[in-house]
Design a protein around this ligand. Structure first.
Ligand code: NIG
Ligand code: FE
Length: 411
C-alpha cells in the first residue's frame, strides 16, 4: 500500500460526470488530508488530521503541507507526428495565416509527408519521449489523434503507434481517429470524394481493429464543411465511435451547432463560436474543449469560456500539442491562460483539466478526481494553494506525480 500524508490542501472535483455552470467551480477542498492507495487505486481519503489504519509495510510519502490534485488529463493532442514546422514562423511574421500556409500545400500537409516517411518504430520512440515529458508536468491521461497519414496505410500506422503507447507507457491513452484532418493531394479539390473514401475504406478497418475510441473532423474553411462532417460523424457513430469536432477554430461555420445536433461528446477549439453554437452545446451537454495555447500561437482571440460556463456548457482545457498551431505539451501553461485569458477561477480551471477533461474522452468513471475507487492518479505540487498554481507561469510546478499508485519524482 501507499499512503500520502500531510496534504495541506487536497483539491478535487467530485463524481464521474462533467460539471457545468456553478458546479464547475464547486470543488471539494480538504485540509490536513491523507490518501491511501492499494493496487493502483484510491481506497480511502481522510481530512482534518484523521488518522488512517494501514499495514506496517505501507510506503509513506510526506506531502509536507503541499497542494495535491488529481493527475492532469490532456484531452486534445496530435502527439504522434514526424518533423517540426519551425520554418512556418518566419512565414507568419511576414503575414501568412495558418490557412494560407495550408492552402499553399504546407501546414498539416507538410507534417503529412514527414509522418508518412517515418516508420512505426520512429514515431513510437519520439512519442514516448513526448509522453515522458508530459508525465513530468503532471499529466497522467492523454488523448491522441491520428490525422497525419490521410491514407489507409498511414492512418492505421499512426493509430497502431497510439495503441502501442497505451500498452507500454505509464499514462492511460485515448485514441481518436482524425482521418478528416485535411484533404491529401490524392483527393485535391475533392473533399466529398475523400470523405466517402474514409467512410468506405478507412473507418471500417479502424472500427474492426478497435484502433480508436472516438472520431474527429476538422470542420473549417477550405477543409471540411458541415454536410461532409455530419456524414462522416454519423457513419462513425454507427460503428460505435462517438463524435468530436474541431469546431469554429478559425471561422464559425456551424461546427458547434453540429456538435449539439448530433450529440457529439465534445467540440474543440471554439475560438470563433457564436451564441447559437453555445446554446446548441448547452442543450446537448457537449463538453467544450478549449485550447488557449493555440489562440496564443495563432494570434487569435481566446474562446468565450465565461459565456460557455454561464450558459451551462461543461468546459475542459487541453494543450492541442501539434507541430503547427501549438508546439507546447505543457498543460500547466494552458491552466495559466485559462485563469488569465479565459477569466476562469482556479477551481473552474482545475475541473477543466481533470474531471471535465476526463469526461470529454470517456474516462470519467476511472480518472479525473480523487475519490475511492478511481485510479490513484495524483500530483503533489510545489505550491500549497490553487491560485498560486494557476498564477505561477513557465516553470514546472509539479513535484511528485503518481500514476496508478506508481510514484514519479519530477526532474
Ligand atoms: O488543432 N486544426 C487542426 N488541427 C490542429 C493543427 C494541426 C497542425 O497544424 O498540424 C489544431 O490546431
Ligand atoms: Fe487540434
Amino acid at each position: 500500500m501507499l499512503l500520502i500524508k500531510n496534504i495541506g490542501l487536497l483539491a478535487t472535483p467530485l463524481g464521474t460526470k462533467s460539471l457545468c455552470g456553478a458546479e464547475q467551480g464547486a470543488i471539494q477542498k480538504l485540509h490536513d488530508a491523507q490518501v491511501l492507495i492499494d493496487d493502483g487505486r484510491i481506497i480511502s481519503v481522510t481530512a482534518d488530521g484523521e488518522e488512517l489504519v494501514y499495514p506496517a509495510d505501507t510506503i509513506v510519502i510526506d506531502a509536507e503541507g503541499a497542494l495535491v490534485t488529481p493527475g492532469l488529463v490532456d484531452a486534445h493532442t496530435h502527439l504522434v507526428f514526424g518533423g517540426w514546422r519551425a520554418h512556418e514562423v518566419p512565414l507568419k511574421i511576414a503575414g501568412a495565416s495558418y490557412l494560407d500556409i495550408l492552402n499553399a500545400g504546407g501546414g498539416i500537409l507538410n507534417t503529412l509527408t514527414n509522418t508518412r516517411n517515418s516508420t512505426e518504430d520512429e514515431l513510437y520512440e519520439r512519442s514516448r519521449g513526448f509522453l515522458a515529458e508530459m508525465l513530468n508536468f503532471g499529466v497522467t491521461t492523454v488523448e491522441i489523434k491520428s490525422g497525419y497519414g490521410l491514407n489507409l496505410e498511414d492512418e492505421l500506422k499512426q493509430l497502431r503507434v497510439i495503441r502501442r503507447l497505451g500498452e507500454t507507457i505509464p499514462q492511460d491513452i485515448v485514441s481518436t481517429f482524425l482521418g478528416a484532418h485535411a484533404i491529401p493531394d490524392e483527393f485535391s479539390g475533392n473533399a466529398d470524394g475523400y470523405i466517402d473514401f474514409i467512410i468506405e475504406k478507412v473507418l471500417p478497418r479502424v472500427a474492426e481493429e478497435k484502433l480508436a475510441d472516438f472520431c474527429d473532423v476538422f470542420l473549417e474553411s477550405s477543409v471540411f464543411n458541415v454536410e461532409q462532417s455530419r456524414k462522416l460523424l454519423l457513419a462513425a457513430q454507427k460503428l460505435g465511435l462517438p463524435a468530436k469536432i474541431h469546431a469554429d477554430e478559425i471561422d464559425p461555420l456551424g461546427g458547434s451547432e453540429l456538435a449539439g445536433e448530433i450529440g457529439a461528446v465534445s467540440a474543440e477549439h471554439l475560438i470563433a463560436t457564436r451564441d447559437s453554437g453555445i446554446e446548441a452545446m448547452a442543450k446537448s451537454k457537449v463538453t467544450a474543449c478549449l485550447l488557449p495555447q493555440t489562440s496564443l500561437y495563432l494570434d487569435k482571440p481566446f474562446a468565450r469560456a465565461r459565456d460557455m460556463i454561464n450558459a451551462g456548457v461543461p468546459v475542459a482545457i487541453a494543450t492541442d500539442f501539434n507541430p503547427g498551431s501549438c508546439p507546447s505539451l505543457n498543460l500547466q501553461l494552458s491552466m495559466n491562460l485559462g485563469y488569465l485569458r479565459y477569466r476562469m477561477y482556479p477551481e473552474e480551471v482545475l475541473t477543466a483539466v481533470t474531471l471535465n477533461a476526463a469526461c470529454a474522452i470517456g474516462k470519467g468513471e476511472k480518472v479525473g478526481s480523487i475519490e475511492e475507487g478511481k485510479f490513484a492518479d495524483l500530483v503533489i505540487w510545489k505550491e500549497n494553494d490553487l491560485p498560486m498554481l494557476c498564477y505561477r507561469m513557465g516553470s514546472n510546478q509539479a513535484k511528485t506525480v503518481i500514476k496508478k499508485g506508481i510514484v514519479y519524482e519530477t526532474y
